[in-house]
Design a protein around this ligand. Sequence first.
Ligand code: TV1
Ligand code: CA
Ligand code: ZN
Length: 388
Amino acid sequence: DCGIVKPKGYNVSWHSNPEIEKHHFGHSHPMKPWRLTLAKSLIMSYGMHAAMDTYVSRPASEEEMEDFHSKDYLEYLRTAKVAIPDDSDPKDYNLGGSDCPIFEGLFNYCAMYSGASIDAARKLCNNESDIAINWSGGLHHAKKAEASGFCYANDIVLAILQLLRKHPRVLYVDIDVHHGDGVEEAFWSTDRVMTVSMHKYDALNFFPGTGDLDRTGPDSEGNPGAHHAVNVPLNDGIDDDQYTWLFKHIVGMCVDRFRPNAIVLQCGADSLAGDRLGRFNVQVQGHGKCVEYCKSLNIPLLLVGGGGYTPRNVARAWAHETSIAIGCADTIDPIIPKHTPYRSHFRHDTLFPTLEQILGDPRPNRNSQKKIDEIVRSITEQLRFVNA
Ligand code: TV1
Ligand code: CA
Ligand code: ZN
């Protein structure tokens, strides 16, 4: 290890359960819970676990999951029979297609990652943690009674509901390359949660097709949720400079206007360059800047994972972001330790693999300054209606 010690008077808790990593969505499915094993191997080989309170999370109870999900959906999820994915006929609760297959141990998988996010939220509520981390969570597409986009239970909604028991206002920020539609929808009609998602937006050709700039909340007069959904629709190839500038500027404005008592940051790693499903050109460095900025606000912070389909880069980003949380990002050796289990996976890029360097064909940047200015102008205008 690297002599990392617990920061004094500052608590970071890490919530995980190795059971989660053992589940398989199917042979060619892009979602690989095993990426969590890879991330953990980096985190542990740097000795970061010594600087955190580490907890083996327990599965959420059905009652806890009913805080958001319907009883009948949970019942179906718990009893669904494993079958070969088939996209040809309409599905009950959207389960059993290729995106959301029914696999061995599915319900246990959902209960486990949900339990970890609920535990993490509770640590923040009773002031036992300043930052709580669940890299297995962040499954932002799941609806009250529907699976969607690799997500079955919405651990983020469950965690925010926990935070709302204590805190008047929660800010949700989502840097996954996909729109955080499930979380946005769940809190669409309340002014106690503001949701912000940055994502690739293309109504027809990129999942889930929602999250345009003018989708800001219910239009109905007097609905408290009006203006509390912030969407940042982006094009392919956005780089670190544009992305981190937008993040700080927009999240900064949201914090000023909304004055949240807690922040939940979904750190989907499919916004990184070289991602199998993503379209952006964000580096580990730029992705981490988003975490650093949220930490600097000194507001209770919940970090969850999300997408991320090039496992070695997912592991890099979440290990780097763990080091930011505990405050040792500047002191650790950039070269991945020799004794790291699975180190060969990182040698895919270079002979001496580093934590931050990722290789991926840069995509041409299709985000003009004019487009960025228009986004900022529109959101600035939107937030004039928010007064906490
Ligand atoms: C099995 C095998 C499933 C190979 C799914 C990519 C696959 C995808 C697969 C895939 C794939 C999606 C759609 C199409 C809507 C469907 C965790 C009309 C190579 C948070 C979810 C993306 C992203 C869903 C989840 C998307 C998250 N893209 N290969 N499926 N139908 N689904 O477009 O936000 O990261 O791609
Ligand atoms: Ca997003
Ligand atoms: Zn995603």
